[in-house]
Design a protein around this ligand. Structure first.
Ligand code: ADP
Length: 211
């Protein structure tokens, strides 16, 4: 059974700004922000059974097996926060995931963030995070004190997959798996392409204009 809540997918290469835009959309629209990457990193941090299974794939910049991610997604879609609407960030990344999603819910919009590849590596390798999910960039959005989160005082770290060789692997997966997902939703007529180059607030204005 499909249903009538609002469903938006943010799709784009790693480093295209999906997480940044999804947080802003959540604040503006009140929909749940479901990031499979964040959920998986939380599972790894907790050292849960799922986290132990997923960690090796993530560290290498490979995709976590569909069955694991699909279960995680279904659980998140069933949560109370997601009943008004949801913003998917990092899912679906394969056709099997797209098919599983389509069997559960209707997707109204797929926002495809467009960023040239030469910008992506610079964005990703300069990215630093705090455990609670605040994101910085060493050049474009540095914290006030080097290595310390402005919001929480936590130490900042670099994701294990945010190094140059892992970025190459992640981009290859995007091309070989996720391009087909974009084409799938293009056939349904729900994809809008948004220029993902520029200041996050400027990109956010473009995103809101196409929803
Ligand atoms: P990015 O979009 O910058 O690559 P994410 O935080 O979305 O980062 O994902 C980080 C990693 O988590 C991926 O490289 C992959 O290993 C895993 N992952 C996240 N979402 C999925 C998914 N839908 N299917 C398979 N693996 C996933």
């Amino acid at each position: 059974m499909t249903e009538q809540r609002r469903g938006i997918i943010l799709i784009g290469a790693p480093g295209s700004g999906k997480g940044t835009q999804a947080k802003k959309m959540k604040a503006a629209l009140g929909y749940a922000h479901i990031s499979t990457g964040d959920l998986l990193r939380a599972a790894v941090a907790e050292d849960s059974e799922l986290g132990r299974k997923a960690k090796g794939y993530m560290d290498e910049g490979q995709l976590v097996p569909d069955s694991l991610v699909i279960d995680l997604l279904k659980e998140a879609l069933g949560g109370p926060e997601a009943q008004q609407g949801f913003i998917l960030d990092g899912f679906p990344r394969t056709m099997a995931q797209a098919d599983a999603l389509d069997a559960e819910v209707t997707v109204d919009r797929v926002v495809a963030l467009q960023v040239p590849f030469d910008l992506i590596e610079e964005r990703i390798t300069g990215r630093r995070m705090s455990k609670s999910g605040h994101v910085y960039h060493v050049k474009h959005n540095p914290p006030k004190v080097d290595g310390v989160c402005d919001a929480t005082g936590e130490a900042l770290y670099q994701r294990s997959d945010d190094t140059a060789p892992k970025v190459v692997a992640r981009l290859a997966k995007f091309e070989s798996e996720t391009r087909a997902v974009i084409a799938h939703y293009q056939h349904k007529g729900v994809v809008v392409e948004v220029d993902g180059v520029g200041d996050p607030s400027e990109i956010f204005t473009r995103v809101m204009a196409v929803l």
